[in-house]
Design a protein around this ligand. Structure first.
Ligand code: SAM
Ligand code: DTB
Ligand code: SF4
Length: 333
């Protein structure tokens, strides 16, 4: 040990904890930037190969016309946006898109539907698409809104590995963004998913006018769940003309990196994803996120309804950084 230095072993930070206090999470956000990124990078290496990125691809299997009023979303029927509503896709078309994603190097495929909740009448189609995507050897993820326990069990039986259901922001800010459901509703679906044995994908959005305390509040919620989310997406708001959040002030890039780094520190074994927003991020900012512990991106020219950097740009980014796509599923948190 160096004289006059307090010994801080990396493993102290690397072991998952569920007893984080909000004050501790807020304090992490206040850490000097280089120290925060260093600590997060250290923890990242404890659980993952920091040169490997999981490539995931999204498909909107049912677009628009959603009865919820999430203030950031192009698909809410409450707002006049450019997104055209469409019906639930046939399973065969979804499976064909997944096969193309796999051929393009994606290792995980996420199906999204603009619903408040799943209707039992749609379950046969949903289970068929999940089973077909799983049979391709892809990791499967779905995000269809609220689920009952029985529906979660049916999706698990079809081969669903992950269910995405974001808490989006801290509990104190939630009602400023969504009025048609509560934080408690979100937590109930997460419980149904967990009880069915499906891995949880849960994260949120920055850039909606929230405070740093709200960002810490979101990560505090995630870090104190009975199990940390196996997958933790951080979205940078894609401002959608026509929505209440269209003119939100963007968060500073350093703050986005802090969000990634704190996510890595409080949920050390989770796959932390840079989700929406890479379209407006520099390559250098994305590289800082990878250093700070992000280890997954969405690939393909579209997310659900918005643009994403194309494959050429992402192939060049990985090549220039000498990073490589994960070829097998990362170990679960
Ligand atoms: N309807 C389902 C739900 O809300 O859970 C699934 C689809 S929803 C589009 C999935 C997630 O995408 C949201 O929870 C939100 O975190 C993120 N998202 C949606 N619109 C976004 C936007 N404009 N910018 C950034 N993230 C967004
Ligand atoms: C997540 O947290 N972000 C992804 C995925 N999980 C489902 C969705 C991003 C959507 C961005 C806005 C859009 O394309 O409509
Ligand atoms: Fe509907 Fe999901 Fe969009 Fe909210 S985020 S309006 S629930 S599609």
């Amino acid at each position: 040990m160096i004289a006059n230095c307090v010994e801080t072993s990396a493993t102290d930070f690397a072991l998952p904890r569920h007893d984080w206090t909000l004050a501790e999470v807020e304090a992490l956000f206040e850490t000097p930037f280089t120290e925060l990124v260093f600590r997060a990078a250290d923890v990242h290496r404890r659980w993952f190969d920091p040169t490997a990125l999981q490539l995931s691809q999204l498909l909107s299997v049912k677009t628009g016309g959603c009865p919820e009023d999430c203030g950031y979303c192009s698909q809410s029927q409450h707002f006049k946006t450019a997104t055209q509503a469409s019906k639930l896709m046939e399973a065969d078309a979804v499976i064909a898109a997944a096969a193309a994603a796999r051929a393009g190097g994606a290792q995980r495929f996420c199906m999204g539907a603009a619903w408040r909740d799943v209707k039992d009448r749609d379950l046969p189609k949903l289970t068929a698409m999940i089973a077909g995507v799983k049979a391709l050897g892809l990791e499967t993820c779905a995000t269809f809104g609220m689920l009952t326990k029985d529906q979660a069990v049916a999706l698990k039986a079809a081969g669903l590995d992950f269910y995405n259901h974001n808490l989006d922001t801290g509990p104190d800010y939630y009602a400023s963004v969504v009025s048609t459901r509560t934080y408690h509703d979100r937590l109930e679906t997460l419980t149904a998913v967990r009880d069915a044995g499906i891995s949880i994908c849960c994260g949120g959005i920055v850039g909606m006018g929230e405070s740093r305390r709200d960002r810490a509040g979101l990560l505090h919620q995630l870090a104190t769940l009975p199990r940390h989310p196996d997958s933790l997406p951080i979205n940078d708001l894609m401002p959608i003309p026509g929505t209440p959040l269209a003119d939100s002030t963007p968060v500073d890039g350093f703050e986005f990196v802090r969000m990634i780094a704190v996510a890595r520190l409080v949920c050390p074994k989770s796959v932390v994803r840079i989700a929406a927003g890479r379209e407006h991020m520099s390559r250098e900012l994305q590289a800082l996120c990878f250093l700070a512990g992000a280890n997954s991106i969405f690939v393909g020219a579209r997310l659900l309804t918005t643009n994403n950097p194309g494959r050429n740009a992402d192939d060049a980014l990985l090549s220039d950084l000498k990073m490589r796509p994960m070829t097998t599923a990362p170990a679960l948190a």
